[in-house]
Design a protein around this ligand. Structure first.
Ligand code: GLN
Length: 539
């Protein structure tokens, strides 16, 4: 039987970066632990059709789903917490909404009427929200509205929430996340910003059902009462969200604050008697009580950006917890690595990861870091561009192919060991045109990757245009490079490894996108384990 989905909206007030994505993900986790099926969606108010063409300085990491959508990094949190894959339908931007409406208008589907924000844009937003609910697969659809209430660009989204609340009554609830700042000079928590932000919501016709207050200090009864009184909610609907040591603790804190119970009550949903958070508790326990530490270098060109390699950082947290070690990530700027300082920069690390990326900036440093890891038997994981650099390094320094390169960086290279895929050569637009999403990969049974995955058939997510050039395959294999994984449909090399190295793996895909708390990615688990072994061998 198809389920009647209930819709939960999460809006934000006072400030951006309060963690709506983590609150949404934590609520999803708690509802799942009570036996409900949940999906989470993000609505982004910007005009780009998707974040695929935004650079990391603008937007942090671009997350990729199985169906090849380039999305907001919050979808990564949704998957890591809920362990449910997301899709194109889980991230919608203003740009996409307008693109859909304008294309309908061009086809004449509005039959000569004037196309307006209300009802046409809001109807399209509603359609895209309900698309998930109408699959019948979910008890709850949690929709996070990007931006802060009061922003001009958020208006059509808030208006849609107003309409849906009006139409759906108890099948819909609104959580408003605000900041309750602590004024040191007054020695007090201040509720006024929250009052004002709820007023802004009310001006747009939306009364929040639950107010989640991000705070550095505990909210006392007085503060809860005050917020309740000014914002027309019960004190039990004022939920404290105190700064946590790790984001993975937030579901446990939200459970203490009964966020899930409040949501179930507001949506007239019977509260199940049991709740199973055992696995989550165990994970947090391992995370907070590591037995050891390993240091892994993350070599990339966006080291100063917190969110540029978000999924890689999180995958290390999952892989570390599984090994009961904490992974200390040493961010190394590939632009400064040279043969004369590489020993100094990487001499103290237990593993080296070379990050994905685009363009030539910092490429020589990446290649140098790989040479160092190869020659010194340091566990190495190369992801996407990191794998391509490993192929270039091998071609130059082992096969002695001077000037070997990827045609992305050097279109005239005499040895194009990484080259554009045939079907990419005729593409001119940049948006959504890479090899994107999940593709099959068959593992070589005599490989490290096979040992880590424990199975032959895998499916991993991609985001690239360039590819290992099969013309060089035999020469690589003949000289100590193992092809550990191949896409069976197009015979593309997906994984390379070194035969005479303890743990050297380069993957054309992005394993980090699929690592979750429930299923830490086997390559990250294996890489951390190999790094730990390397550390012990050094001692
Ligand atoms: N720039 C490379 C390509 O397009 C690698 C992309 C990546 O690392 N995601 O093939």
């Amino acid at each position: 039987m198809k389920k009647q989905a209930k819709y939960i909206f999460v809006t934000g007030g006072v400030s951006s970066s309060l963690g709506k994505g983590i609150i949404s993900s934590s609520l999803a986790k708690l509802l799942q632990a009570r036996g409900f099926s949940v999906t989470i969606q993000k609505l982004d108010p910007y005009i780009n059709v998707d974040p695929g063409t935004l650079n990391p300085y603008e937007h942090g990491e671009c997350y990729v789903t199985d169906d090849g959508a380039e999305t907001d990094l919050d979808l990564g949190h949704y998957e890591r917490f809920s362990n449910v894959p997301t899709s194109q339908a889980n991230n919608v931007t203003t740009g996409r909404i307008y693109q859909n409406v304008i294309s309908k208008e061009r086809k004449g589907e509005y039959l000569g009427t004037t196309v307006q924000v209300i009802p046409h844009i809001t109807d399209e937003i509603k359609r895209l929200i309900k698309l998930l609910g109408e699959t019948g697969a979910y008890d709850f659809v949690i929709t996070e509205i990007g931006g802060t209430v009061g922003d001009i660009e958020s208006f059509p989204f808030i208006e849609t929430v107003r309409q849906m609340k009006w139409e759906m009554n108890e099948n819909c609830a609104v959580i408003h996340l605000t900041l309750v700042p602590y004024l040191k000079s007054a020695g007090e928590l201040k509720t006024k910003p929250t009052q004002h932000s709820v007023k802004t919501l009310l001006e747009q016709g939306v009364q929040p059902d639950i107010i989640v207050c991000r705070t550095e200090h505990h909210l006392n009864e007085g503060i809860r009462k005050k917020i309740a009184q000014f914002c027309n909610v019960k004190p039990s609907s004022v939920v404290e969200s105190i700064d946590a040591e790790t984001i993975y603790e937030v579901p446990l804190l939200m459970k203490e604050e009964r966020l899930d119970i409040e949501v179930l009550k507001k949506t007239d949903t019977p509260i199940p008697e049991t709740m199973d958070l055992n696995n989550w508790n165990n994970f947090v326990n391992n995370l907070k009580n590591p037995k050891e530490e390993v240091t892994i270098a993350l070599v990339g060109k966006y080291i100063e950006l917190k969110d540029a390699y978000k999924s890689i950082n999180e995958a290390f947290i999952h892989g570390g917890a599984k090994n009961q070690v904490s992974v200390n990530i040493k961010r190394v700027n590939s632009e400064v690595i040279e043969s004369k300082n590489v020993g100094k920069l990487l001499g103290d690390v237990d593993g080296v990861l070379v990050a994905p990326g685009f363009g030539g900036r910092g490429i020589d440093g990446k290649i140098e870091a790989i040479r160092y890891a190869r020659e010194n038997n340091i566990p190495f994981l190369g992801i996407c561009l990191g794998m391509q650099c490993a192929a270039i390094e091998f071609a130059r320094n082992v096969l002695q192919l001077k000037g070997a390169h990827s045609t992305e960086m050097d279109s005239d290279t005499p040895y194009p060991v990484i080259d554009l895929m045939e079907n990419q050569k005729k593409i001119s637009g940049l948006g959504g045109t890479m090899r994107l999403g999940a593709y099959d990969c068959k593992l070589n049974k005599a490989s490290i990757s096979y040992q880590e995955y424990g199975r032959e058939a895998i499916k991993e997510r991609h985001r690239h245009r360039y590819e290992f050039n099969n013309q060089y395959r035999e020469e690589f294999i003949g000289n100590g490079m193992r092809v550990a994984g191949v896409n069976p449909d197009e015979d593309l090399v997906e994984i390379i490894e070194l035969t005479n190295h303890p743990w050297f793996v380069g993957v054309q895909f992005h394993p980090e996108y699929k690592s979750t708390v429930a299923n830490p990615h086997p390559l990250f688990v294996g890489f951390v384990k190999a790094s730990l072994k390397h550390k012990h061998n050094k001692l």
